[in-house]
Ligand binder design. Structure first.
Ligand code: HEC
Ligand code: HEC
Ligand code: HEC
Ligand code: HEC
Length: 185
């Protein structure tokens, strides 16, 4: 019963998040520098979506409905992915523009199924909640010290963190100030 409720809460949050401003391009992040390849591409996109890599159609896999992903082997230098109005510019190897930042890899990304599972053809979570999912590797004590909260109150990790890796310290989507102000106005 409790598990079911948690799953509903995660589902409700996920649905609420698929709003207009929710990005479709999830990885690589715009402005990232990769020391070497391959570069993991992830998007919310249907199997026939027109996505461009350096001006040519990007070939990708669709492991589940609405999920597009590929492991891109790229030449050193500047690259660009375009999907509708969204764009991600990134760089492989040395000599990147000064405004770009090194990509910070999140270790569980070695395999999507550390966090995701395909349930009835739908991209879902491996665990009932992100607290239990992320909590497999991230200790609760450290969590409380860093967040001044029990994980349950701020269970939707992705409102602040980018789970697929980013260029920001602690993979933060917003500054610490702004992140906490989402509730502490
Ligand atoms: C560390 C855990 C973790 C790993 C590993 C991971 N993801 Fe995710 N993924 C998440 C979280 C958390 C979200 C929700 C993020 C958000 O909404 O910003 C998410 C969201 C997504 C979404 C959007 C789903 C939707 O319904 O909107 C896609 C697509 C996706 N991931 C694909 C992948 C692929 C492909 C891989 C492997 C290459 C992967 N993920 C690996 C945690 C992970
Ligand atoms: C309201 C925003 C917010 C939410 C939600 C949130 N975090 Fe964080 N998290 C932060 C901030 C801010 C930091 C950086 C803290 C610092 O450096 O002082 C951080 C840091 C971390 C770190 C790095 C700690 C370290 O030792 O450097 C981990 C791991 C982490 N969070 C995991 C999680 C997990 C797992 C969840 C979901 C259960 C979560 N966070 C939910 C804001 C958030
Ligand atoms: C399979 C183990 C595993 C899982 C599951 C996992 N992580 Fe991590 N995470 C790591 C490791 C390893 C690191 C790098 C070492 C560290 O900083 O603790 C890390 C680092 C982080 C950092 C700090 C990155 C930085 O640059 O300082 C954050 C934030 C984070 N994880 C959030 C999450 C969130 C949110 C989830 C769930 C969606 C999650 N992790 C799930 C293993 C995991
Ligand atoms: C999802 C909403 C939410 C987010 C995001 C959030 N908080 Fe809170 N916070 C609460 C609520 C509700 C309380 C009061 C209940 C409690 O104390 O547990 C609270 C209480 C606190 C308190 C206790 C003192 C006080 O003001 O009442 C501190 C300190 C705090 N939060 C810090 C943070 C920090 C730091 C972050 C960012 C990492 C953060 N909060 C993000 C909801 C949130």
């Amino acid at each position: 019963m409790k598990q079911g409720r948690l799953r509903m809460a995660v589902l409700a949050f996920t649905l609420a998040c698929v709003g207009e401003e929710d990005p479709s391009l999830l990885a690589p992040p715009d402005g990232a520098v990769f020391a070497k390849g391959p570069v993991r591409f992830i998007a919310r996109a249907e199997a026939n979506a027109a996505i461009q890599l350096d001006g040519k159609p990007l070939k990708y896999e669709s492991p589940a409905e609405g999920v597009a992903t590929a492991n891109l082997e790229l030449e050193p230098g500047a690259h660009e992915i375009v999907f509708g109005k969204e764009k991600a510019r990134f760089f492989v190897g040395a000599g990147s523009p000064a405004e770009m930042k090194p990509f910070r890899f999140h270790p569980p990304m070695a395999s999507c199924d550390t966090c995701h599972a395909i349930k009835n053809g739908v991209w879902a979570w491996k665990r009932a909640s992100l607290v239990t999912l992320c909590g497999q590797c991230h200790e609760k004590e450290k969590f409380v010290a860093k967040h001044t909260h029990e994980p349950g109150i701020i269970a939707d990790c992705q409102i602040c963190h980018n789970p697929h890796g980013s260029t920001a310290e602690s993979h933060l989507k917003k500054t610490k100030e702004v992140a906490c102000k989402q509730c502490h106005g």
